[in-house]
Design a protein around this ligand. Sequence first.
Ligand SMILES: C[S@@+](CC[C@H](N)C(=O)[O-])C[C@H]1O[C@@H](n2cnc3c(N)ncnc32)[C@H](O)[C@@H]1O
Length: 233
Amino acid sequence: MYAAVRVLWLFTFGLLSSKQRSVLYRVCSLLGYLPVKTAIPKVDLREIIRVGTVVEIHNPLGGAGNVSVIELVVIASLIRGRRPERLLEIGTLDGRTTMNMAANACPGAQIYTLDLPETRTTGAKFVSAAGDGLASRILQLYGDSAKFDFSPFYGSLDFIFIDADHSYEYVLSDSRQAIRLLRNGSGTIVWHDYDSWDWEGTTRALNHLYAGGKEFGNLRHIEGTSLVYLTLD
Ligand SMILES: C[S@@+](CC[C@H](N)C(=O)[O-])C[C@H]1O[C@@H](n2cnc3c(N)ncnc32)[C@H](O)[C@@H]1O
């Protein structure tokens, strides 16, 4: 009875709420319907979070737009494992992930994070921690990622997290920029919101890049998360 009423509500008033639409999407996925099929092979979470990996997590309880706690642990583990020295996040929001990138990078690492021109909450997590050793490693950049002049950073970054505009065109553009940004063509790129109910543009763009092969031929979807990652050596 509860289920019947709940389903009726989902298909009426529920359609007005983004949270409830995500429930509908999950129901559809469970029943075998996916608007955009995934194409990127999965990698076992245990290959990313190795036994014995120690990570430092700040602000585990995220809010709307943040990555999940498990995704935060994955990002922290990848950073611990690869020891990047120069990191970039595209899409800062409140800076929760930025702070965790800083917390898990090696001493002396520099973290850049890009967002659209400043809002009251941009980078709030590290702005409020100003003076703290972690916050001092972070440099906020402003601009639209499709127009931002990344050229001073070309060939100089080791780790890039892409989580800004999730449309097909932007994800393609941010991804291609990320390849140019890697130091000597090697490093790690991570994308958020693959196979997410409300960001089908991201899924389509990453499928397209994967299908094209070349530098994107080794994309892997990390099981149990909406993260895709690529490591180039
Ligand atoms: C999903 S949130 C990022 C969440 C954050 N990475 C985290 O893990 O908590 C997306 C952010 O990207 C920013 N954004 C959207 N379009 C952008 C663009 N074209 N260029 C740069 N930033 C953009 C938004 O302002 C927003 O803060």
